[in-house]
Ligand binder design. Sequence first.
Ligand code: MN
Ligand code: MN
Length: 477
Amino acid sequence: MSDTKTQGQKLEEQLLYKQKNIWEKASDDFIAKSFDFCEEYKRFLNAAKTEREFTAEAEKAAIAAGFKSLSSLTASKSKLKPGDRVYHINRKKSAVFAVIGNNPLADGVNILGAHIDAPRIDLKQNPLYEDTELAFFKTHYYGGLKKYQWLTIPLAIHGTIIKGDGSAVEIVIGESDDDPVFNITDLLPHLAREQMQKKMSEAVTGEGLNLLLGSIPYKDDKVKEKVKLNILSMLNKKYGIVEEDFQSAELEIVPAHKARDVGFDKSMVGGYGQDDRVCAYPALRAVLEIDTPQRTAVCLLTDKEEIGSMGNTGAQSNLLQDFLANIIALSEDSYSDLKLRSCLSGSKMLSADVNAAVDPNYDSVFEKRNATYLGRGIVLQKFTGSRGKYDASDASAEFVGEVRKLFNDNDIIWQSGELGKVDEGGGGTIAQYAANLGIDVLDCGIAVLSMHSPFEITSKVDIYTTYKAYKVFCTLK
Ligand code: MN
Ligand code: MN
């Protein structure tokens, strides 16, 4: 039998836009590499559950890859030249990494921008109390989370305490196998008749998210709150802290579980904080690994995205401009504001953030022709926002076209989609803040199931595809 395709079938092949399932299209070698890459990714997820930890791990990896700190280069008045690798850590919670390209910086740079904070539960500043001979921490949740998902799961505490003398104590407890874990309790079903009638948004309150810490009283009849005192005494012995030290602490409660393979076929990664580490990690790897690019390649990692990107560590801060100004000053004979402005308006950025994968258990919220799917590759999202595109960052047709062509030319499998049906909800990323600076920005990341939950799920081939796509983006002329 020779050609059995009908005229119509041939025309379909030629004209129709079809999304591809990577598992069906990719070579065995590509799939093996995807699995290998995700072993490293899972290790990183386990080591970097908070923005501070991500920053610290990223700095270690950058130094190992030959990066020099901006402050050291500025101090030694070194001149930057093509191929030089430079980074800046901002207040231990956000960071920028760059590999200097052959073109002048005033031509613009290629930026991969991701956020490294994740929804979690923070301690209040006066957290410790005792009730019914049990000790608890009061908490204040951070970011958009469904509170009920955080009950009755093992939890860990990560963070920093600045003591009265100004010294810092780093805390990680609940991660190693012989550590204890912590927990937020839930009501037994036998007594939950009233609770079960409530709306899901009201069944668990913010003030109800109290973390269980201990139950052994300090043996002294003269003491009123014996369990609280016993906990404070243990913390004092271990960390040298007193109760007032919580006032100057940032302690974050995160799921204690490790990232794991999901499914009989191990095709997926499950873990906490994949929004947005599943994009931040490949973005960082792409920039750390690139040789001398044509245009300078930049990886921007920001904090506070989950609560609006405000503050001096968020994407609305001057972090990116200050960094670019500094590397312009170190690369050229003279610095001028015009060079910085020209650099910004000539720059291109992928806002590396996640999208909601279609979940067949909840398919009524997705418009399936314009939604994203596990296993279909990196997601191009032309615009974000909600309702009538309010608060959107909207990439131009020209820039989407440029990225689409780049990916097609380099065999990068991609899909496109928006976050849910029109008027169903929506969301934003750091894209708009970069776009406000005159940068061409496109949201471009990975589809996730159970986003913002303690155990988010992603596809291994999407992760590896995204890593390849980010590397290709760094070579964009
Ligand atoms: Mn995100
Ligand atoms: Mn998010």
